[in-house]
Design a protein around this ligand. Structure first.
Ligand code: GLY
Length: 367
């Protein structure tokens, strides 16, 4: 069993992350449920049939506490205020009080939205995250960002608020669709690119599906360590935390635009495309060499993550990027590579380079 802590001493925030196989049957041993008046589990209709019963039974075997749940339709289209309202209506109907605990059981959509519900209901009640996807494990469930989309604008509404614990049972990845599993590696590769060249080499040394269980635990732990290190330095993203947005400026634009198509992108897929744009910009402004760029592009391609899209109009992408949460005066602030394993943030780039980098990911000739 691997354990690490998020410890933001300045703000008195401390919580454990536990990573291992076979954890869902012993949730009662991993968190102290005493003192809570009730437990409310939030999950989606893919994950709930698989794991909600297991989690409730594990708690019920040693705690006599009411356990209720709210299950929403899986997918990014549910990550909005309408679903939040439905969940809150159920909390109110059940008279759930502020001494209750919310458990978010699922991937990044569930932990982001469930964290937001817990953070706003009755001005905030405790929550824990039980993460069941790669994106959830290495990114969304850790670090205190909670929120929902607003009219296809990614994570436009939200608050910073941390869970009391995060539990990652890697057996849950066995039921994750292969496409989601691979997409999750977009965030894993991001951690290597922004923070640790050796880690980048390791996680791109084979196809994501070919890592053993033991290697996967190590990878998830290392990504969580990188994320913890960054978040501990800058909880509210006024500086270094912006490096975690590498690939997200264009990535969020691709993701938002894809919601209206028949082939919506998974978050990690959109981030992969966004990382190609950001790496290209890093090359164009002279931070990395063309050889380094090709190395990054090939690694992403070898992991079977997308590197090419011809689906979107340049203008539409640029319009979305202006509305990105990180844009100031409608100018995107880029997180770009200084080298493989090191990042700059708040970089402004000329329109010509942005067009060139965006056109590059839409050039079928290079696929
Ligand atoms: N997902 C980026 C962050 O947590 O800051």
């Amino acid at each position: 069993m691997q354990k690490l802590n998020i410890n933001i001493t300045k703000n008195n925030i401390l919580y454990p992350i536990t990573i291992d196989s076979n954890l869902l049957d012993k949730i009662d041993e991993l968190f102290d449920f005493r003192g809570y008046t009730s437990i409310f589990i939030i999950s989606d209709d893919n994950v709930a049939p698989l794991y909600l019963g297991k989690v409730s039974n594990s708690i019920a075997k040693s705690h006599d506490v009411p356990i209720d749940s709210f299950v929403f339709k899986a997918g990014e289209n549910s990550k909005n205020l309408e679903t939040v309202t439905e969940a809150i209506a159920k909390l109110v109907k059940l008279n759930i009080d502020r001494k209750a605990l919310i458990i978010n059981l699922g991937g990044g959509i569930t932990t982001d939205m469930g964290g937001f519900i817990a953070s706003t209901y009755l001005r905030g009640i405790d929550f824990i995250n039980i993460s069941t996807s790669i994106v959830g494990m290495v990114d969304a469930s850790v670090g205190g960002k909670t929120g929902v989309n607003f009219e296809h604008l990614k994570n436009y509404i939200g608050v910073f608020n941390h869970p009391k614990a995060v539990i990652m049972d890697i057996d849950t990845l066995n039921t994750l669709p292969k496409k989601d599993f691979v997409a999750g590696f977009g965030e894993v590769i991001k951690h290597g690119l922004i923070y640790d060249k050796n880690y980048f080499e390791l996680v791109t040394s084979k196809h994501p599906a070919n890592f053993s269980k033991e290697e996967l635990v190590e990878i998830i732990k290392k990504s969580c360590e990188i994320k913890a290190d960054v978040v501990q330095k800058d909880e509210r993203e006024s500086g270094i935390r912006k490096i975690l947005n590498f690939g997200h400026t264009a990535g969020h634009a691709f993701e938002s635009l894809s919601f209206d198509t028949d082939t919506p992108l998974l978050h990690g897929e959109a981030v992969s495309l966004g990382m190609i744009v950001a790496a290209k910009l890093s090359e164009l402004i002279g931070n990395i060499t063309h050889e380094e760029f090709i190395k990054i592009e090939s690694a992403i391609k070898e992991s079977k993550l997308p590197i090419l899209t011809s689906s979107y109009q340049l203008l539409a992408i640029k319009q979305k990027m202006k509305l990105d949460k990180k844009s100031i005066n409608q100018k995107p602030k880029w997180t770009l590579l200084k080298s493989i394993g090191e990042c700059d943030w708040n970089v402004e780039v000329g329109e010509k380079f942005i067009d060139e980098a965006l056109n590059y990911v839409a050039s079928p000739g290079r696929s």
